[in-house]
Design a protein around this ligand. Structure first.
Ligand code: Z5A
Length: 217
């Protein structure tokens, strides 16, 4: 039985997830919470190795079914070795992406379909979901501009940009997919616009987290 809290962040490229997970961690620590920050794909040694297979190289490197199975291979390792032990120890776990990304990117983006992903999720994770999911929403063109500006300083062979290189239509489908997933799961999701400044977005996130978990807003 888990005692901690599990919060995931979702959204397209450059929405500010990596920036915001750190700010939420810092805020929760000031509230006296024991917090770990983690990410997907990755978050455990084996899962980080699988991350390299998934995020580098050509957009068509994997067929969709191989890709979804690699994401779940990484996820199960991450769940068993990092997330669930931390929750059982009473920690708050903040995760930069989790399974909703698979429903959006592989299920909708690559057209694999939600029912295939649902079945894999149920078998491999025993249908394990976060207590709360923050969806950061932005026009994909603006998000990709932010992500590309950040990648410009990294040499080409080291860029984890396999998904960023996918066509614009793919990113538009993703945005709609995330919004539909949030709409279907309104008890768990909070949708927050990522268009404002970093501190405005952080304040909106904190407000929702505080309301959800009974903390000081
Ligand atoms: N993926 C998948 O297909 N299936 C799955 O199941 C899972 C993942 C789990 C992981 O990449 C990739 O894997 C991802 C989906 C796929 N696709 N891609 N690419 P990742 O973890 O390396 O990257 P990401 O999750 O897409 O995040 P990102 O591109 O790194 O962006 P971000 O974390 O959302 O944003 P950021 O790094 O915080 O900010 C980007 C830049 O914008 C940075 O320079 C910031 O300083 C700036 N920024 C942030 N917020 C603002 C605001 N509010 N205003 C202005 N500028 C800002």
């Amino acid at each position: 039985m888990s005692k901690g809290k599990f919060i995931s962040f979702e959204g397209g490229e450059g929405t500010g997830k990596t920036t915001q997970v750190k700010l939420l961690r810092d805020r929760l620590i000031t509230e006296g919470k024991d917090v770990i920050l983690t990410r997907e794909p990755g978050g455990a040694p084996g899962a980080e190795e699988i991350r390299q297979l998934l995020l580098t190289g050509n957009p068509d490197k994997w067929v969709p079914m191989t890709e979804v199975l690699l994401f779940y291979a990484a996820r199960v390792d991450h769940l068993k070795r990092t997330i669930q032990p931390a929750l059982q120890a009473g920690k708050w776990v903040i995760c930069d992406r989790y399974a909703d990304s698979t429903f959006a990117y592989q299920g909708a983006g690559h057209g694999l379909g939600a029912s295939v992903v649902e079945e894999i999720h149920r078998i491999t994770t025993d249908d394990f979901w976060p207590d709360m999911t923050i969806l950061l929403d932005i026009d994909p063109e603006a998000g990709l501009r932010r992500a590309n500006a950040r990648e410009a300083d990294i040499s080409e062979d080291k860029r984890e940009d396999r998904f960023e290189k996918m066509a614009q239509g793919y990113h538009q489908r993703l945005r709609q997919a995330f919004l539909q997933i949030a709409d279907k799961n309104q008890d768990r999701f909070r949708v927050i616009t990522a268009e404002g400044s970093i501190s405005q977005v952080a304040d909106n996130i904190w407000h929702q987290v505080a309301i959800t978990f009974g903390l000081n807003p």
